[in-house]
Design a protein around this ligand. Structure first.
Ligand SMILES: [Fe+2]
Length: 392
């Protein structure tokens, strides 16, 4: 019996999009991800969709797929959802073992193991998940020539460059669901994940007393072998139906991936560059920064190496405790970035860790408190708009 699923790391993320050019242009211009491969015409015919792969964070592919036929996988997804994450793809150590592990746990396979050899061998298997219509694919690639079967090379992967902000990895992926227990159970019983922080039934409740609808409850599951982490949020009473989580679910047409957090070693130049490139981020009010020194002292965060002036100027959020901290910032939804509703409620988080293993939950209350101080000039809707993007 295989003792764990055998994940290595992320291979790629595949977005199903209505407008391929729009998505490609945005990710090339803002993130400097560059095209490396595209679907062959044969593959497009068989899949009913066309795809372009950008070289994303680290060694990851950032795949964008636009359906050419309604009955394709991407077409079916987009019939029920705006644009969003259709597949999370993982490299595994031994695909046979991973598939056996999943089969034993009654994972719902989308197809049996497929192997293609060109130079090396590319083997894959995929399952449906409890993350709405987002699927997981598991890949073992032993030197296959090219990105994947069905793709032709546009540019050499190793010399294409790009990624000027130096994103190295995905820190975590966050899913919104009306009930997080089912999603967490999927990670546990099908993938063999454990609860992060190792505390059974531990959940982080945030915003219950906010007096607005932005509350959420959250649980983080992880694969301790690969370090891959998933947060899952559910709406929190007493404003359940006004919760930002419920609003996401309505905008998304059900459970789905709310955000992907990208890791950087140096968040200041990244946010500076992304703002210059026209990315829109959640705004923190100046009162958040007025309260920050006291919060740093109260939580014994210690010395922040980065310039506090720059942090405030760029609107970066700080959280931590006991000599450890993280810096993070949430982008606005893709529908806001594009000013088009069909681009969907998915967004990116940018995160730099200085030892803190959390997800920035301290920012939730801090941001609310600071907004509350300004509430003389803000009505409740405005308050909610300003706190809405803050999440695990
Ligand atoms: Fe997050």
């Amino acid at each position: 019996m295989t003792t764990h699923i055998g994940l290595k790391n992320y291979h790629s993320v595949q977005f199903f999009v209505r407008d391929l050019d729009r998505a490609l242009e945005w990710h090339q211009k803002k993130f400097d991800f560059r095209p490396v491969a595209k679907s062959t015409s044969e593959y497009e015919k068989s899949q009913g969709a066309r795809s372009v792969v950008l070289r994303g964070p680290g060694e990851m592919g950032w795949i964008f797929t636009q359906p050419t036929e309604e009955k394709s996988t991407a077409g079916r997804f987009l019939k029920h959802h705006p644009e969003g994450v259709g597949f999370l793809n993982f490299n595994v150590h031994d695909l046979q073992k991973t598939a056996a592990f999943l089969a034993e746990r009654k994972a719902p396979f989308l197809f049996d193991i497929k192997s293609t050899t060109k130079g090396g061998t590319f083997s894959e298997v995929a399952i449906a998940t409890s993350l709405g219509d987002t699927n997981f694919r598991f890949i073992e690639d032993t030197g296959y020539e090219g990105f994947a079967p069905g793709f032709e090379t546009i540019a050499d992967w190793n010399s294409v460059g790009g990624n000027r902000f130096g994103f190295t990895d995905i820190d975590h992926v966050t899913v919104n669901s009306r009930s997080m227990a089912g999603v967490a159970e999927f990670y546990k019983s099908i993938l063999g994940f454990e609860q992060y922080w190792g505390i059974e039934f531990h959940t982080a409740k945030m915003g219950k007393d906010l007096g607005t609808g932005s509350g959420l409850e959250s649980v983080v599951m992880w694969d301790k072998h690969s370090g891959i982490k998933f947060a899952t949020n559910q709406p929190l009473e007493p404003y359940f139906n006004n919760s930002q989580i419920q609003i996401y679910i309505e905008d998304n047409g059900g459970t789905g991936v709310q955000h992907v957090a990208l890791i950087t070693d140096e968040i200041i130049p990244v946010i500076h560059g992304l703002r210059e490139a026209g990315c829109q981020f959640l705004d923190a009010p100046s009162s958040y920064y007025r309260a920050l020194p006291d919060r740093i002292a109260a939580n014994k965060i210690g010395t922040i190496k980065e310039s506090m002036e720059e942090i405030e100027k760029l609107g970066i959020l700080v959280d931590g405790s006991n000599g450890k901290y993280l810096l993070q910032l949430f982008m606005k939804e893709m529908s806001t970035q594009f000013d088009q509703a069909n681009a969907g409620p998915f967004f990116y988080e940018i995160i730099q860790r200085a030892g803190d293993p959390g997800f920035g939950d301290g920012n939730f209350k801090a941001l609310f408190d600071s907004i509350e101080q300004e509430q003389v000039s803000l009505n409740r809707q405005e308050m909610r708009d300003r706190i809405d993007s803050l999440t695990l």
